[in-house]
Structure formats: C-alpha cells, structure tokens
Design a protein around this ligand. Structure first.
Ligand code: PMP
Length: 392
C-alpha cells in the first residue's frame, strides 16, 4: 500500500468543478458525444422479457460470447486474425493492466515503460513492486544492457508496456520501424509486449500503422505464437462509465487471465456487456467517424491557438489522433508551479508532466487535453496559458 499514491489527476479533477476554470486537464470523452439514445434502447432490449434472465444473471468469466465474436471480427479488420478464444472481456482496460502486472511482476522485476507513460499504468503496476526502466522506441540500446540493469535492480525484465498510437500523455505514435525494433528487443529479452490500444481507433489524419500485435502475427503466422498482449477499450469510443474493455492475446495468456478474473470479480457486468454488444454492432461504424471528425477539429483548434499564443521556447507535439497535446516549456519552468500559479491567476488547468515520469523528471512539461471545448473556450484558455507563461 505504501507504493500506491492518490492519482494526481484524480485529486486535481476534484478542484476543477469551479465554473470559471477552463480545464484542459482530464483526458475524458465529451459526454455530449455519448451514444446515449442507442444505449437507452439497448438497455431496454437487454432487460426485456426475452433477455433479462441472461442479462441480470451471472455469466462466464471470459465474457459475453457475441461481444467477443464482434471484437474478434474487428481485430481481424486491423490485421489481427483471431477467434473469441483469444478475447477476454475486462472491466475497462485498466483491469487488464492490473491483471498483467499481477501475472508477470514479482517485487524487484523491471517493467520497461515510456518516459513519460500513462499514469494509470504505473498505478496498476506499482502494487506489484517493480522497478521501471525507460523504453525509448528506436534507440539502439542492446538487450544485454537492459538485462544487466534489471539484474542489478534485483529482478528480471518482464515486459515492455507501450501505447503505440497517440500515447497518453504525449499524443505521439510509434512508427512501423519503432514497432519492429520493439519486437526485436522483446525477442532478445524473451519478454511480453503490452500494447495499450486505448486510443488506437481515434485517428484524425495520416496513415494507420498496423498494431504491434498485427506486426508480430505477420512474423509468427499465428496469434497463439505471439508475445504481444493487446489491451483494447470501449471507453474512448462508446462510454467509459460502462467499464468494458478487452484483452486480445494468445490463448495461453487468455487462459491465465481468465483464472485471475474468476478470482477477482467473476466477470464484468453482463448487462453492460450485452448493451455494449448491441450498440457496437449497430452503431460503431457510424459513431466512430463522427468522433474522429469532431475531435479532429478540436485538435486543430488547439494546435492553431498554440501557434498563435505560445511564447518563444515552448514546443509541442502534433498528434494524429487521441486526446492530448504535450508541451515542453523552457528549461527551468516547472509545470506543477505553473499550475499552482494558474489556479490563483489565469484559472486554467492542465496536468504537470512530471506525474507521468516514474522518476518524477520532466518538470518542464505539461499535458493538455483537447476533447472538451469549443473554439471560444480553446482560444480563451490557450490565450490565458500564453499570458501565464509570459509572466514566468
Ligand atoms: N490506457 C490508457 C493509455 C488510458 O489513457 C486509459 C484511460 N485514461 C486507460 C488505459 C484506461 O481506460 P479504461 O479502463 O477506461 O478502458
């Protein structure tokens, strides 16, 4: 427990209810875009006389069969041929990260993660007492270096965790060459690759890069021979409140995770799985393009405003999808101090970047989310950020 810290972001979100704060902090979907009517109908159908005995009943730990079939079909479309036996439904992809930590990490082992990386992944893994080492896609550090460092830290390298598409928090996408190199490194180290695909569907422009799992299947021929464990989610595309995600991996891995799920919570909500299946089957194909268009425009608004308002010395990423832009501030500017000052003066919120670094580095970085606001709010919020930075 001493390793589990209250998530800085959650604590922050609590402060942001005041109406005069413009918040770019939370990485959440716009509730105005939820397919609420579709879910209302789907829930009614799932609770009808014909279906309630299933939807309100206990069900299998693997998850609702028709939903697993639908996901397997979608995975096929993105280059991952598989069957429902390769799919486990989880209570959000967050649960998958917890289970994968539990499955693979012993105290003192090393997890390779992005630097920065998704804060919630660190939160999930921390309970299993790992060390972290930076995974920099494309660097040419030999496998033996990683091995030696892990041994010196008291364990072995167990997995590499990566959000390869529009990562949280940077928005950066790992290119095909980077994915190939990562698989080479994982082969050399004989470790698993956890591909966190939470944002993969939300691409606004540029060419899709095949999932790491697809790249590995192209090498190995069959998902059941692959070391990549793909973690997907409906949170960013349909609704996070239902807590429905999935793992797609070799059957052997799924089998172990099923045992964990049985022990932990038996299964994810049957009702939510059935409703998610109905909405995904009937609306996903129309809903996702609408999200892409809307969020893509909002990303453009934020990039335009940054171009206009940021002082000399500030740089930022130009994400092709997802929810975040990552700013690097002039050396010596502290993101956490800036936020504290902002709450007293300009009243905008963002997440200080050190929170995403396992060693607390990255003090001169901040994360902005572009999902929630219209043009007027983005222009006003980014103008305030410009004033705040000029006053440093
Ligand atoms: N991975 C990443 C990279 C995320 O940003 C999030 C949510 N913020 C999650 C996983 C967890 O999402 P969920 O549990 O809702 O699927």
């Amino acid at each position: 427990m001493s390793r589990l810290k209250a998530s800085e972001i959650r604590e922050l979100l609590k402060l942001l209810d005041q109406p005069d704060i413009i918040s770019f902090a939370g990485g959440i979907p716009d509730p105005a875009l939820f397919p609420a009517e579709a879910f209302r109908k789907a829930m009614t159908q799932a609770l009808s006389d014909q279906h309630y005995a299933t939807s309100l009943q206990y069900s299998v730990s693997e998850g609702y069969g028709p939903l697993r079939d639908w996901i397997a079909e979608q995975m096929g479309v993105i280059g991952v041929p598989c069957t429902r036996d390769n799919i486990l439904i989880t209570s959000g992809s967050q649960q998958a990260l917890d289970y994968l930590g539990k499955l693979m990490l012993s105290p003192g082992d090393t997890a390779l993660v992005g630097w920065p990386t998704y804060l919630g992944a660190l939160g999930a893994f921390n309970a299993y007492e790992p060390n972290y080492a930076p995974l920099i896609p494309g660097d040419n550090r030999p496998a033996q270096d990683y091995r030696d460092a892990a041994q010196a830290a008291g364990g072995r390298v167990k997995f590499a965790y990566l959000s390869a598409d529009f990562a949280n928090p940077t928005g950066i996408t790992t290119d095909q060459a980077g994915r190939e190199k990562l698989l080479d490194l994982a082969d050399d180290l004989d470790i698993a690759v956890i591909e966190d695909a939470a944002y993969q569907t939300l691409r606004y422009d540029g060419q899709p890069v095949p999932p790491i799992l697809a790249t590995e299947i192209a090498r190995e021929g069959n998902i059941n021979d692959c070391r990549t464990i793909y973690s997907g989610s409906f949170s960013k595309t349909l609704a996070p409140g239902l807590r429905i995600g999935w793992v797609c991996a070799a059957q052997e891995v799924i089998g172990r995770l099923v045992l964990m799920k049985q022990a932990a919570d038996l299964h994810s909500s049957t009702l939510n799985q059935i409703a998610t299946h109905i909405v995904a089957r009937d609306h996903f194909a129309d809903h996702v393009p609408m999200l892409r268009q809307t969020y893509g425009k909002r990303r453009d608004l934020m990039l335009d405003a940054l171009e206009r308002e940021m002082p000399e010395g500030v740089t930022w990423t130009k994400p092709e999808g997802g929810m975040f832009v990552w700013l690097t501030l002039p050396e010596g500017t502290d993101g956490a101090e800036l936020l504290a000052r902002s709450l007293k003066t300009e009243r905008i919120a963002f997440v200080p970047g050190h929170a995403f670094h396992p060693d607390g580095s990255g003090r001169n970085t901040i994360r902005l989310s572009f999902t929630l606001h219209d043009k007027a709010m983005v222009d006003e919020g980014i103008a305030r950020l410009g004033r705040l930075l000029r006053a440093v």
